[in-house]
Design a protein around this ligand. Structure first.
Ligand code: UDP
Ligand code: MG
Length: 322
């Protein structure tokens, strides 16, 4: 009988406390999949943790033949860690799961069911976020709406990285090697058949969130600059509006000088205009700089991550066909 293979990819940074709890929940779910002809695996990615995460992972791998481990050479960030994980899934489908238990592993059979129905990208849609403050929920809500308006790539609202990707969606994703990886956008970009599965986002099992407001703000910038050039166009329009206003004002000044003569005055107006235009120019320059910086990073063609240690699951890929 030929079984389908499914690898659960978990990126973890400093999750020594949460990982064992997660694995205890994940393990029976994988057992349950077998009945449906799906062989479940786990790939834990250690994204340069400072705590005992790697030791914990090794312990889990020793006790479970389905567990593969990957360790990056330093902390590269969640997006790179997930990319590294997906790159090491050489067969079958993949599920992306947070290490902190906020994405319920118990939902995986439902994702698999949708995959069997022929969907390539089965993503979890957060219905409710427990244990997250109003500020985080509010800003996340606003962000999804802004990016949807700005970008032509479909990016579903309230959707994280929690999802199942079919083998062909995985292959497609692997072709996108950009350095600035806004994963939600990349998932949207590849297209194929997509379906949402609503779920409740639970509070963390243990530890603290690695994303504070400043990180989230940078994450939002990343998303917007990676998937939209609207800010550049905005700069053009603001410049155009300023130029038109300046022209009208100039006509008015000339007319006034011709009619009433030119008594030297207007220092306040002059300062206002200079400062305002100076500000607008700097903002526009900054926007161009954001894109230029990304272009620079991209042009260096560095690898997205470096691997320190790779330990495939002892269960082995070949056992998938039996
Ligand atoms: N994570 C990671 N590398 C990082 C930061 C976070 O692999 O540099 C992992 C983290 O261990 C967790 C997931 O990404 O499994 C989501 O992180 P977190 O729970 O801190 O984010 P939140 O759920 O608060 O958005
Ligand atoms: Mg979390």
């Amino acid at each position: 009988m030929i079984r389908d293979l499914l690898t659960v990819v978990v990126a973890a940074r400093d999750e020594a406390e949460a990982l064992p709890l997660l694995h205890r929940r994940l393990s029976p779910v994988l057992d349950g999949l077998l009945a449906g002809g799906v062989e479940g695996r786990v790939l834990y990615v250690d994204d340069g943790s400072d705590d005992a995460t790697w030791d914990v992972m090794r312990g889990l791998a020793n006790g479970d033949r389905r567990v593969a481990l990957l360790r990056l050479s330093r902390n590269f960030g969640k997006e790179a860690a997930l990319t590294a994980g997906l790159d090491h899934v050489d067969a079958g489908a993949a599920v992306l799961l947070d290490a902190d238990g906020q994405d319920p592993p118990e939902l995986i059979p439902l994702l698999v069911e949708k995959w069997r129905e022929g969907f390539d990208d089965v993503y979890g849609m957060r219905e409710q976020r427990d244990g997250e403050g109003w500020l985080k929920r509010g800003t996340a809500h606003a962000f999804y709406r802004v990016i949807q308006r700005l970008s032509r790539t479909p990016i579903p609202t309230d959707t994280g990285d929690f999802r199942l990707l079919s083998p062909r969606a995985l292959a497609a994703l692997r072709q996108l090697r950009e350095r600035h990886r806004f994963m939600k956008g990349l998932f949207g970009w590849i297209g194929f058949n997509r379906v949402a599965v609503p779920y409740r986002r639970e509070p963390r099992l243990a530890g603290d969130s690695k994303f504070d407001l400043w990180k989230l703000w940078n994450f939002a910038l990343e998303g917007i600059t990676s998937f939209s050039t609207a800010p550049l166009r905005l700069a053009t329009y603001v410049g155009l509006a300023a130029a038109l206003a300046a022209f009208a004002y100039a006509v008015w000044i000339v007319a006034k000088a011709l009619l009433y003569g030119d008594a030297v005055a207007g220092w306040p107006t002059m300062m206002t205009v200079i400062l305002f235009l100076g500000g607008v120019q700097l903002v526009a320059l900054g926007m161009i700089g954001e894109y230029l910086g990304r272009l620079y990073e991209e042009s260096k063609q560095r690898p997205l991550y470096l691997v320190d240690d790779w330990r495939p699951a002892p269960a082995g890929v070949s056992s998938a066909v039996s």
